[in-house]
Design a protein around this ligand. Sequence first.
Ligand SMILES: [Mg+2]
Ligand SMILES: [Zn+2]
Length: 204
Amino acid sequence: MRPAIFFDCDGVLNEEPGGHGVLGPNDIRLIPGAGKALRTAREAGYLAIIVTNRAQVAKGFVTLAGLETIFERLRELLARDGGIIDAIYFCPHHPERTPGGAPEFQIVCECRKPGTLLLRRAIADFDIDVGRSALIGDSLRDIGAGRAMGLTSYGVQTGFACRDVERYPDRAPPEPDRMFADVGEAVAFCVAHPWKYGQAGQPD
Ligand SMILES: [Mg+2]
Ligand SMILES: [Zn+2]
């Protein structure tokens, strides 16, 4: 079994553009140090796996083919700094029926984070050791998905900075195990603390 670091995409590896989000390859602007962070993760023996909500597909703003061009650009920019992604798992769904949307993707699903199906698929596909793995996200949706899988879940101050508490009007929001300035700091900490953070009996 191998450990993995699961990365959210927008707000962690590339800037969160706001509005409707990333709609094309030209909307991809790397967060400084993201490529190097991926390289550090893989050199330390971690799989680098992206888990990302892409509701723009359900909303009719991006086609699946368009999404591929976005991911291609992301991979290309990250690779300039030696960053390689082992796999990208995405959710194209959204539960709302909005005009102009793609009805086949306008469904309630289990993959849209904080749902855990993307993580469960990746863990099965790559035989991932959850206890030695971690997730890095900028949204409480990411943190919620990670916590639900028992993953150490780190937040970053870039993107939404885990301040999207309005998603949890009637219950306590999930809390990141720890916050970092950016993905570079978060990966450096992961690599230096290979066991589940705070797990009893493991080196801290
Ligand atoms: Mg994000
Ligand atoms: Zn989904």
